[in-house]
Design a protein. Structure first.
Length: 188
């Protein structure tokens, strides 16, 4: 295993154990590979075009959702997977950025990502192992986002820890509480 993939593999295993999340081996492998893929800058920063809209960066979630309509099943599979993975990564790793526009944006990403994994599972129902995996990812979407967010735990020291406490105090958001709990247990 490459070093980065090994790092994410250990992270996923430690986080699922600490959080007591029951995730299949396939789910752990999927999440490890997804995180490894997102570590490459071209996964986040890519050129895109939707009708007359051109841009560069992460394709806006709403445009991804719209582009998944009216395309052949093979393309739809790819688009739904990208949409679900992007939602999961954004709400997991860039939670503060997504939340800055309100809790509604977090729920929007949760709902869209969950729905995309569910739709993908339905679309490939004949491929039993893969459809089971995508149904699991859909069912455990919020837990998976917490596992991804736990990548931040080692950096929670001093001012960052205080900043996280202030965010929790202001919002009472359970995401911040879970990070503080990890710090209290001496994991930082």
């Amino acid at each position: 295993m490459k070093q980065l993939e090994l790092f994410f593999h250990e992270h996923v295993n430690e986080s699922t154990e600490r959080r007591r999340i029951d995730l299949s081996d396939y789910g752990k492998i999927y999440l490890t590979r997804m995180l490894t893929d997102y570590a490459a800058s071209d996964k986040l920063f890519r050129a895109y075009e939707f009708e007359k809209i051109k841009g560069e960066g992460l394709v806006p979630i709403t445009l991804q959702y719209l582009s998944s309509f009216n395309c052949p099943n093979f393309q739809k599979r790819i688009k739904l997977k990208e949409l679900a993975d992007d939602c999961l990564f954004l709400v997991g790793y860039f939670y503060d950025f997504i939340r800055k526009d309100g809790r509604g944006q977090v729920k929007y990403h949760y709902n869209l990502g969950t729905s995309a994994y569910q739709s993908l599972g339905n679309l490939i129902a004949r491929e039993r192992n893969m459809s089971t995996l995508f149904f699991e990812l859909s069912d455990k979407f919020i837990d998976l986002s917490l596992i991804i967010g736990d990548v931040h735990i080692p950096s929670l020291k001093g001012e960052k820890l205080l900043e996280t406490y202030k965010k929790w105090e202001r919002t009472k958001d359970t995401r911040y509480l879970s990070l503080l709990t990890a710090a209290q247990k001496g994991l930082v």
